[in-house]
Design a protein around this ligand. Sequence first.
Ligand SMILES: N[C@@H](CCC[C@H](N)C(=O)O)C(=O)O
Length: 293
Amino acid sequence: MQIRFTKMQGAGNDFVVLDETQGRLGLSTAQYRFLADRHFGVGADQILTVRPSPADGIDFEYVIHNADGGEVEQCGNGARCFARFVHDKGLSGKDTLRVQTQSGVIAPRLTPDGRVTVDMGRPQFDPAQVPFDASGLSPVEQGSGQKWPLALDDKALVATVLIAVVSMGNPHAVQLVDNVDTAPVAEAGPLIERHARFPQRVNAGFLQIVDRTHVRLRVFERGAGETLACGTGACAAVSAGIRLGLLDNEVHVDTRGGRLTIAWSGADTDSVFMTGPATTVFEGQIDIPDTLL
Ligand SMILES: N[C@@H](CCC[C@H](N)C(=O)O)C(=O)O
């Protein structure tokens, strides 16, 4: 089967974008994995699929697959690329979209400076919502937030780290580090991602606070490994930092692939807003082996 695709990136988090507005491609998990493969396929951290409106008042459905082929609930950098894609392809003339994801409706808006701002919905800190199995653990209370002890025990690393757990529709574990450049992302990331206390696995964030309006962040993503940026990871890290009393309500997040700006009032009822770039890299077509069905 031959399919057309668009390669996009947002702060270096890269995507293969597929247009299913005229009909489903019906790809298998192995075929998504093939598209994401950097040696045999196109190469991407996630595959994003644009589908028609599933309901009144909703413009599109947005489906996300990680590089490992698994379907997931949410992707922030992808949401900005999604909005840029439907605008540039003439699929919608609206500046603000309402987009259905597996974890709810998000609202991306193209801004006059060429960036995209997304209403990412509300962060959730209740361990059961993440989900995080907190049984038998006592949290460290700080500000109006909590940090949970997580024991890592592996040949490569034995340590207990303190994590804030957050759901942005998808699960995040955020730990404070002195310096992201020397943080053990490659060693601790996979252990946290697959820790038994996270039954749906987790995205592991490493947050360095520079000052109350400026942080640096690296994220070892569930199903993709470390990426150059993670939009939901930035929303989770900043909202956790605000709850812990460490950050102001608008924060610049420097990732290895670029800067995101995250704003949240701190009220449980309010959405987190993420602003950042979204760029088309190239378009193409590729033969997907049917043997991967
Ligand atoms: N890169 C994304 C997040 C993609 C999904 C994530 N790996 C998960 O499994 O939850 C972002 O920008 O938010």
